[in-house]
Ligand binder design. Structure first.
Ligand SMILES: Cc1cc2nc3c(=O)[nH]c(=O)nc-3n(C[C@H](O)[C@H](O)[C@H](O)COP(=O)(O)OP(=O)(O)OC[C@H]3O[C@@H](n4cnc5c(N)ncnc54)[C@H](O)[C@@H]3O)c2cc1C
Ligand code: SF4
Length: 474
């Protein structure tokens, strides 16, 4: 621990945002970085607790007190080495991780946790700026070949770890561009895509081959991969969205969130979208159904496109504004979270059930819904009851369905390899071996764990790579 009295003397300082009117004019990141000297002061606030609960909170088990101390001592290079020892892509998590580590920080007991995420981001940004992040080529090759299917954060972390261990790694990706949801789902204003490009370049220099535009789907293709490779990692994500099968669902103007978001990311990347296929919020009353992160990204994108109004509906009841620390700490608390996109303009409503869409000439014009209340039944499970006389109608000309994702696709790979699935439809593989019911086939990330977070995908990719490495060297 660098400064024993740091947490008493220095206040928590967060990164500031560009003003709302200014950031709504573009799709770039809008968080203003903090000067390195000030970040060093923030590192000095870490108490180096005997039991660092932040380790437990962070899915990749980042060695947080160690790098906080090094940042305080201005040894940024060593801080970067330690950060990279647990996390392949801290520039991703330093931007878009919800930071469960900060919820677990002991200083969060007084609502002033160490700014762990900002410090992580500053370390790795400095690493790129200073040219410290270079390819880590393996000292010798094993001659073993591994195919990774899917290039999201789990596939990338898995591929990088395996290549560094000396295996010959090929990543297959069905999209035109590498990166999974980092590339096509998460908006540029949360994470700019040049960050993925520089990692891909590093990985190529480390020996990873990327094959984009290759959809692994046919029995014959999968058989060929099995014959060619010594192991295969399935990192295909949880792509199947939850639908809302209510009356008039087939009206024009009702889309899954990912159709809308991926199109905007393509536009930012310079792709020309056919006019007949464009989904745009400009001048429309936008209704986002689903209160999570994906919904929030739809809100931010709609406002940037110039929506007339944006409303977000959530089935669950409004969480408390503040958690009861003594009941929740050091765990991740259920509480009201207002994202930067919400701050840009959005009317949120909780405890509402969508009943049917209203249309005119084949296009959506609104939604009929009803208010609900949640009660606990005798066995403790939550029960939804409609509130009498609470029916309502809303105007909407663009509806975005953002109610989460069910599981990975069961067609193609899963069907062809006859893989066992868990109760939720995810590929079954345990958390220590990551091996599926089919020999030499492994699974990681959202495909195995279900819809989750980038930081969990990185963790799964790393651990799956370690298991594949043991399997190959047996
Ligand atoms: C809109 C949105 C916003 C999000 N925001 C955040 C956030 O702010 N912070 C956060 O931590 N998490 C966020 N998440 C969640 C996070 O993006 C995912 O948990 C994470 O990307 C999962 O990583 P993955 O590698 O398992 O899968 P994915 O990122 O889904 O990647 C899977 C890849 O596999 C490819 N693929 C699938 N099938 C095949 C096939 N048969 N052949 C070839 N390729 C195939 C897909 O094209 C895709 O590129 C968000 C998710 C969404 C949808
Ligand atoms: S990866 Fe997420 S949980 Fe881990 S230290 Fe970074 S912000 Fe915190």
């Amino acid at each position: 621990m660098g400064k024993t009295t740091g947490f008493i003397e220095i206040s928590r300082k967060e990164r500031e945002y560009e003003s709302v009117p200014s950031r709504l004019k573009h799709y770039r990141e809008f968080i203003k970085p903090i000067a390195p000297d000030e970040i060093s002061d923030q590192g000095a606030r870490c108490m180096d607790c005997g039991i660092p609960y932040c380790h437990q909170g962070c899915p990749v088990n980042n060695l947080i007190p160690e790098w906080n101390d090094l940042v305080y001592k201005k040894d940024w290079f060593r801080a970067l080495e330690i950060l990279h020892s647990t996390n392949n892509f801290p520039e991703f998590t330093g931007r878009i991780c919800p930071a469960p580590c900060e919820a677990s920080c002991t200083l969060n007991l007084t609502d002033n946790p160490v700014t762990i995420k900002n410090i992580e981001c500053s370390i790795v940004d400095m690493g790129w700026k200073e040219g410290w992040i270079v390819p880590q080529k393996p000292k010798k090759l094993t001659g073993k070949k591994v195919a990774v299917i899917g290039s999201g954060p789990s596939g990338l972390a898995c591929a990088q770890q395996l290549a560094r261990a000396g295996h010959i790694v090929t990543v297959y990706e069905k999209s035109q561009r590498i990166g999974g949801l980092l590339r096509i789902g998460i908006p540029d204003f949360k994470m700019e895509k040049k960050l993925i490009d520089q990692r891909i370049k590093q990985m190529e220099d480390e020996g990873v081959t990327f094959k984009a535009n290759v959809f692994i789907n046919e029995n014959k293709q999968i058989e060929q991969l099995k014959n060619k490779y010594d192991a295969i990692a399935i990192c295909t994500g949880a792509e199947i969205p939850r639908d809302l099968n209510i009356e008039n669902r087939n009206l024009k103007g009702i889309h899954f969130a990912m159709e809308f978001l991926s199109q905007q990311n393509d536009r930012v990347a310079g792709k020309i979208i056919k006019q007949s296929e464009e989904i745009l919020a400009k001048g429309k009353n936008v209704l986002v159904i689903g209160g999570g992160d994906t919904g929030s990204d739809c809100v931010g994108t709609s406002n940037r496109q110039g929506a007339k109004s944006v409303k977000q509906l959530e089935l669950l009841s409004e969480p408390p504004k503040k958690e009861n620390k003594l009941l929740t700490w050091p765990n991740w608390p259920m509480k009201l979270r207002t994202s930067s996109s919400h701050e840009e303009g959005c009317n949120r409503e909780w405890s509402v059930l969508s009943k049917s869409f209203i249309g005119s000439e084949g296009r959506v014009k609104g939604l009929k819904g009803v208010g609900i209340e949640w009660t606990k039944s005798s066995n403790g499970s939550l029960k939804m009851n409609e509130i009498k006389n609470s029916e309502f109608e809303l105007e909407a000309d663009l509806v975005l369905l953002a109610m989460g994702f069910l599981h990975t696709s069961h067609n193609g790979i899963v069907e062809s390899l006859d893989l066992n699935l868990d109760k939720r439809g995810n590929i079954e593989a345990n958390e220590s071996l990551f091996e599926t019911s089919s020999r030499k086939i492994f699974a990681a990330g959202d495909a195995r764990r279900g819809q989750s977070l980038v930081v969990w995908a990185i963790k799964e990719g790393r651990d799956c790579a370690s298991s594949i490495n043991n399997f190959l060297l047996k």
